[in-house]
Design a protein around this ligand. Structure first.
Ligand SMILES: CC(=O)N[C@H]1[C@@H](OP(=O)(O)OP(=O)(O)OC[C@H]2O[C@@H](n3ccc(=O)[nH]c3=O)[C@H](O)[C@@H]2O)O[C@H](CO)[C@@H](O)[C@@H]1O
Ligand SMILES: C=C(OP(=O)(O)O)C(=O)O
Length: 435
């Protein structure tokens, strides 16, 4: 288990380039399984989850040629389906959540998919019903062997297009069903589809491969099935969660940071939520400039009542940034209610922030009220453990703003999704040592 030792209270200054988006990369990498032709992907982040998925593709027989550190060529022209039945596959695929999206492409191309219960953050129940209800609608049979350590199997003689109304707008569920439907016979309609930028990017890539998808960016996707897909090139967007994390980090640590090439048009409501916390930012072409700010004041609603920030499926605010908003509010002036609707166990890390001196009331597992210090009291460094990827970065931000030294254990959680975060932040003035 690795740890970070952070000496807090440093002001950062400089430019930072966001990495390619983790959650987009996981979808796009699974899509390479849909064609025997070459698919070239650019801006791939060098992070644990993504590297594990790339290894898994290699084990399945995908030919992998690294062109540059972040550009890779894939060719899935000789897939070893027998590997799906091995113990090694179970162990490796269970190490991350993104591997679940291999099912849709495998079903589309080989009419068979296997996946163990996937890993990912332990942030409450993470059901997969949407995925399998969708596959079943397309004509697949599904079985789940609980005795067998939890192994999902899908098989189909033939996939047939149909209308489906998803039980919820699941991100990986929509990606999975979409990738199965592109090669189903006839027309599929997916209503209540998730439409995060990750999915928009996936659908655009699939269309470049020869798929016929309309309704991209909406919750109503129409797919006209095709018999085969061809190769393509794809560039992953900057990681919007990393961009949001840097905005929060700049505000909390009173740092002047320019976040480069953000693809601002794709960030949806994210900048506005941070602006409502009182954080100033300037869009300079496609960069976001955050000035060093001593004070930032949380807005109230127009009627004077307390602001709340809640997650919702896109174009609502992503749940993956709520931990960052929460930590950022600690040094704001004012009060905000953080409402994490989607996950049940994502707010418990506030205990550590409270131990550091933050004023937070955990109302219930889904809601926490943060009463900002307005920099009248500084957090103090402590030893803590990173429970999940985003809480881990929230704790890192807290530690960087705190007086004294903090240790964060279990930083493998952070490494799942943030590329060389210590090196990149140290380059602009942080003091983080990897132990
Ligand atoms: C690898 C990957 O891409 N992971 C992301 C993906 O996970 P993932 O695809 O696993 O998450 P889902 O979108 O399926 O659902 C997340 C949670 O939200 C709940 N839910 C979902 C939709 C809805 O309309 N109402 C609702 O309550 C689900 O029951 C579940 O508890 O999307 C999540 C939600 O944006 C993000 O936190 C994860 O980072
Ligand atoms: C919850 C997340 O990831 P995963 O779905 O991979 O656990 C996340 O990226 O915040």
């Amino acid at each position: 288990m690795a740890s970070f030792k952070i000496t807090g209270d440093q002001r950062l200054k400089g430019e930072i380039i966001p990495q390619g988006a983790k959650n987009e990369a996981l979808q796009i990498l699974c899509a390479v399984m849909l064609t025997p032709e070459v698919v070239t992907i650019h801006n791939i982040p060098d992070i644990r989850d993504v590297n594990q998925l790339i290894h898994l593709l290699g084990d399945l027989g995908v030919k992998i040629k690294r062109l540059t550190p972040s550009s890779i060529q894939f060719q899935a022209d000789d897939i070893h389906l027998d590997y799906l039945e091995t113990e090694e596959y179970r162990v490796k695929a269970a190490a991350l959540r993104g591997s679940v999206m291999l099912l849709g492409p495998m079903l589309a191309r080989f009419r068979k998919g296997r996946i163990p219960r996937p890993g990912g953050d332990k942030i409450g129940r993470r059901k997969m019903d949407t995925h399998f209800l969708g596959f079943e609608k397309l004509g697949a049979t599904f079985s789940y062997d609980r005795e067998d350590g939890g192994f999902y199997k899908v098989d189909a003689d033939n996939l047939k297009g149909t209308f489906m109304l998803l039980d919820e707008a699941s991100v990986t569920g929509t990606a999975n069903i979409l990738m199965a439907a592109v090669m189903a016979e006839g027309e599929t309609t997916i209503y209540n589809a998730a439409c995060e930028p990750y999915l928009q990017q996936l659908a655009k890539m699939l269309n470049r491969m020869g798929a016929k998808i309309t309704g991209i960016a909406s919750n109503l996707l129409r797919i006209e099935g095709v018999t085969a897909l061809k190769g393509t090139e794809h560039t992953i967007l900057p990681d919007m969660i990393e961009i949001g994390s840097f905005i929060g980090l700049a505000a909390m640590t009173q740092s002047e940071i320019t976040i480069k090439d953000c693809r601002i048009a794709e960030l949806g409501i994210i900048p506005d939520v941070f602006k409502r916390l009182g954080i100033q930012m300037e869009f300079r072409n496609d960069d976001i400039f955050i000035p060093a700010q001593e004070h930032y004041r949380i807005e109230n609603y127009l009627d004077g009542s307390t602001l709340s920030v809640a997650d919702a499926p896109w174009p609502g605010f992503t749940p993956d940034l709520l931990s960052i908003v929460l930590v950022t509010a600690i040094q704001a002036q004012g009060t905000v209610l953080i409402h994490q609707k989607m996950f049940e166990s994502r707010l418990f890390f506030v205990d550590k922030l409270i131990e550091m001196g933050a004023q937070i009331i955990l109302c219930d597992p889904h809601r926490a009220t943060v009463i900002g210090h307005n920099r009248e009291t500084q957090l103090r460094g402590i030893r803590m453990t990173s429970p999940d990827i985003r809480a881990g970065v929230a704790l890192l931000i807290a530690a960087m703003s705190a007086k004294g030294v903090s240790i964060i254990d279990n930083i493998e959680q952070i490494d799942r999704g943030y590329q060389y975060i210590d090196t990149r932040l140290n380059a602009i003035g942080a003091e983080i040592i990897r132990l």
